[in-house]
Design a protein around this ligand. Sequence first.
Ligand SMILES: C[S@@+](CC[C@H](N)C(=O)[O-])C[C@H]1O[C@@H](n2cnc3c(N)ncnc32)[C@H](O)[C@@H]1O
Length: 274
Amino acid sequence: MPGEIKQDEYDSFRLFLEQSAGITLGDNKQYLVNSRLNRLMTDRGITSLGDLVGKLKAGSIPGLRETIIDAMTTNETLWFRDTSPFDVMKQEIIPAIGKSTPKLRIWSSACSSGQEPYSLSMLVDEFKREKPGQLSAEVEITATDISPTVLSAAKEAKYDGLSIARGLSDERKQQFFTEQDKLWEVKPEIRRRVQFRELNLLDSYAPLGKFDIIFCRNVLIYFSSDLKRDIISRMGKQLNPGGILILGSSESLTGHSDEFELVRSPICVHYRIK
Ligand SMILES: C[S@@+](CC[C@H](N)C(=O)[O-])C[C@H]1O[C@@H](n2cnc3c(N)ncnc32)[C@H](O)[C@@H]1O
């Protein structure tokens, strides 16, 4: 970072990030800001964090706000992350909901580079083959994220050897991807179920319509308690009756909502709208 970060500059940058993306930075995360923004600021001739906040507030550099939010998001993800949410989908949730609806709508609400929604689409494909006739509904997966960079990678659907190695069995790799020039591309029949859209979880969800299942995994951890409560409550309003919410393995609704009931599945705890 050009120059040392002053406390008041750090505080106003934290406020910007919380107000625009909901992301709460801890008291001592100056090193993180440093490592994520240093290059970007130098390239644009921005001399300090205070200078950056000033330019963000003035709106004097087109696209700067989006670029900074993009750089400050953590996009860590992998295929079939934690396994159990996908197992519970296959063994309990899809059999219960899949029969009663002509269209099953799933929302992957912080989809990063696409591994979560594409894993869901692979799972649907496997379910249809393993249990013929049990899921006649058309399945639509809406995948959203705040970061345009990860969304464009997700839409491209091509993964290098390193990311393809994280969470995929050889069988799934062979079945659902084609390889060319050391890049693995998700097959069209898996891609066609997934639509990507840019969406900040702080904004309205109404344009997305109603869903049967929402995956909101490994993103609430970045938000304040108040914001978590607000997001969860608004997600509840997007669910059809009996709709399901699945959180990350370190996240829970305890203290954040009484609009959902806890489903104590032995495979994976999840939540049903009351
Ligand atoms: C750690 S990744 C989780 C990806 C995936 N859900 C998983 O569990 O593997 C968190 C994602 O949340 C996105 N994110 C952060 N703040 C957001 C916001 N306000 N609105 C929408 N997405 C956000 C980030 O861009 C990032 O891709």
